[in-house]
Design a protein around this ligand. Sequence first.
Ligand SMILES: [Zn+2]
Length: 213
Amino acid sequence: MPDDKNAKIDPNKATLEIHTGGAMMPDDKNAKINPNDAARMIFPIDVEGIRQEIVKILAKEKAAAFIKALVAEVAKHAAPGNTLVEEGDVLRIFDLVRKQKGFVRAGDTAGGAIPGANFALGSVATGDAQIQIGNFRPGAPLTFQELKDAYLQSDAPIALHETLHHAGRLVYSDQEYAVVVSTLPGNRPPLPTSGNRFDFSHYWDTELRKACK
Ligand SMILES: [Zn+2]
């Protein structure tokens, strides 16, 4: 807060201060942010940067083929009303989510975040598709720019996973993805038997990341 109430606040700085709780933005760009502070920040989501990372992933033949087969197969087994969005084109689905409720960082309750880390919220069918991305805790103190880069690398595969949930007009679940992944060609581990959605999520996310390497 300025000492002089008539002083102007730079809108960019004001936004960052709100998002970071006003505490941790270093004045010096070489200052290191410690891991605990980094994990508490409501770090801005670099939506365009994430999109570019997904473009890079889709440029890999193996990754693109895996995603295409996966989405087509999940759509084939889904409930009748839960049809494929944008013909299963990942970038078009990403752009549609962006146009609906967009992206929100975990902890940003004003922006619609719910407790927890990563979620596909709302749905394309109801016009409120949104993607929530969790916080990232670096292993060591980082400068703001290093943290920004690390966040992008952490956020991109999460955003891809959540975008695939929105490939269904009413959202395709982690269970639907896990069941289909377990049947795809290749040496797949057995499906989790717990019935827990986080186990299903972890299961197909692991296979997705392997295919996208
Ligand atoms: Zn999931």
